[in-house]
Design a protein around this ligand. Sequence first.
Ligand SMILES: Nc1ncnc2c1ncn2[C@@H]1O[C@H](COP(=O)(O)OP(=O)(O)OP(=O)(O)O)[C@@H](O)[C@H]1O
Length: 262
Amino acid sequence: MVTANGLQVALGGRTILHGLTFQIPAGSFVGLLGPNGSGKTTLIRTISGVLPYSGQLLLEGRPLQSWPRRALARRVAVVRQAPTLAFDFTVEDIVLLGRAPHKGWLEPFTTTDRVRVREALATVDLADATHRLIHTLSGGEQQRVFLAQALAQEADLLLLDEPTAHLDVHYQFEFLDRVRDLVAAGRTVVAVFHDLSLAARYADRLLVLHQGHLVADGPPDEVLTEDLIARVFRMKARIHDLPDGMRCIHYLHPITETPTLS
Ligand SMILES: Nc1ncnc2c1ncn2[C@@H]1O[C@H](COP(=O)(O)OP(=O)(O)OP(=O)(O)O)[C@@H](O)[C@H]1O
């Protein structure tokens, strides 16, 4: 679905992403990992089509720059970190915005749009909040409203930037179970994680960025090693394989010396 070949992004005169080469197959759930400032959000924004880049970046085999804006908005939905809102929108208004790429200029929303909105809100367990003002919801509830907006958009590719950042542990798992259901139904998901265990549990593949370079790409069991956690995340950790087949990362302490990356 997405192919990058030597993808390079510069911001403010500085190269942020250095020649990334990877593929995101349709129907996969890819976890994007890396320390603070490693380039995860920049990569999400680049794939969403809002940042200029050099090198090759293809969506469904076609260069991203050649996609018309509206067509791209029907294919790609983004859930950003804690979006800020300037106006008093209701929850329904926010989710309806996800339907905009499917409408013509000034075309009114229809019953079908409102049904999609209701379904999306039910999926994130917020059907009761439909008519509330968005700023009266908690941070975690707002996060779920923005996932509902992406669901209502019915895009094939969902880009989630730290989707579980504001969620309590119950909703982290429930949210990611729902995302996994979407993948099972054929959507493609790229999600930024800071919780390595959650990433390993939910993603089929992990991409790891470090200082704008792609330093690992593969299945969680191969990528998440004690060595990688030490070199990239500067944490001494032990990985335990549990009897039920799950893996548990036990963090011991931060590593203070400068990491050496091969
Ligand atoms: N508009 C910009 N101009 C200049 N530098 C930028 C700009 N946006 C981001 N950067 C820099 O690019 C680097 C990567 O930022 P990015 O937000 O992609 O990292 P991240 O991996 O998502 O970090 P975090 O985990 O902290 O959210 C950082 O050093 C950041 O300061």
